[in-house]
Design a protein around this ligand. Structure first.
Ligand SMILES: NC(=O)C1=CN([C@@H]2O[C@H](COP(=O)(O)OP(=O)(O)OC[C@H]3O[C@@H](n4cnc5c(N)ncnc54)[C@H](OP(=O)(O)O)[C@@H]3O)[C@@H](O)[C@H]2O)C=CC1
Ligand SMILES: O=C(O)C1=N[C@H](C(=O)O)C[C@H](O)C1
Length: 267
């Protein structure tokens, strides 16, 4: 049985992760960690998700739980993840990172840490989105430089980063396929006298509203036709199942930086 710890266990993703880990016959919940101010400390993690007692009491210290897990799954905030990553490196524990919104420097630090421990780091753990990444690569190569490309995303009102990590990854996939540098061609929103669109650019548009779980569309628009590749998530379980699948896959890997494409054998 793979022992998995969940940090941010009371969050939207954390609760789904606890449920999936407890219900998977190859995994067991090793620890469930929440913020030090949480009223849930001391509560059984199974009760948090309606499964009844599972024998794991919610704690606020990952450091105190290091002996109780093999892999950490972290869907929290960038600064929190960076602290947890440092602990995992020290304790030689594998980590699955789902958090989005990292700075370039933080991404480099994650790459550096992967020289010492196995890491799966993916902006999106759903199978459908990872299929879309492959389709986007193909679409960009076939449609080439004769189309305008826009990435549109919509998420719930509580999401704190924009554009979504998935939208940015979609932009990277398309830019890489076309030999462009996303840092140079990305346009994040438009307003006022914008002038005629430059075909080289890749535009991003963000919606934040209500309880939208996660919608992504990449639009390839030419004169006379357009192609749209769309994914709509309706349940966070898709991400939780992908992250747990990644944790199971990671137990057979050495140090290195992997993503969900590696886990699914799509590379
Ligand atoms: N890669 C993927 O497939 C997916 C990635 N995500 C990403 O995952 C992240 C989390 O999303 P979501 O679950 O919706 O967000 P939530 O805000 O619901 O969850 C984050 C949780 O982390 C907790 N937390 C904050 N600081 C600490 C700490 N020091 N120790 C322990 N827990 C802490 C928060 O507690 P509190 O509320 O008290 O601050 C909160 O419960 C985001 O970056 C999101 O973009 C989301 C879905 C899929
Ligand atoms: O915050 C979310 O909810 C999501 N975040 C990820 C992202 O930023 O791409 C993945 C998914 O879209 C849900």
């Amino acid at each position: 049985m793979l022992r998995i710890a969940v940090i941010g266990a009371a969050g939207r993703m954390g609760k789904n992760l606890v449920e999936v880990i407890c219900q998977n016959d190859k995994t067991t919940l090793g620890a469930a960690i929440v913020e030090s101010t949480s009223s849930l400390i001391g509560v059984d993690a199974g009760e948090l998700v309606g499964l009844g007692k599972v024998g794991i009491v919610i704690d606020s210290s990952l450091e105190h739980q290091l002996d109780n897990f093999d892999v950490l799954i972290d869907f929290t905030h960038p600064s929190v993840t960076m602290n947890n990553l440092a602990l995992c490196v020290k304790a030689k524990k594998a980590i699955v990172i789902g958090t989005t919104g990292f700075s370039e420097t933080q991404k480099q630090q994650i790459a550096e840490a992967s020289k010492q421990i196995p890491i799966v780091f993916s902006a999106n753990y759903s199978i459908g989105i990872n299929l879309c990444f492959k389709l986007l690569d193909m679409a960009a190569q076939v449609l080439g430089d004769d189309v305008d490309i826009e990435v549109l995303e919509a998420h719930h009102r509580n999401k704190v980063d924009a554009p979504s990590g998935t939208a940015l990854r979609m932009g990277e996939v398309v830019a890489n396929a076309l030999g462009r540098d996303l840092n140079k061609v990305a346009v994040y929103g438009r307003e006022g006298q914008t002038g005629v669109r430059d075909r080289e650019t890749i535009g991003f548009a963000t919606v934040r509203a209500g309880d939208i779980v996660g919608d992504h569309t990449v639009l390839f628009a030419a004169e006379g036709e357009r192609v749209e590749i769309t994914h709509k998530a309706s349940n966070r379980m898709i991400y939780a199942k992908g992250a747990v699948r990644s944790a199971l896959w990671l137990q057979d890997q050495g140090s290195g930086l992997y993503d969900m494409q590696d886990v699914l054998g799509l590379r």
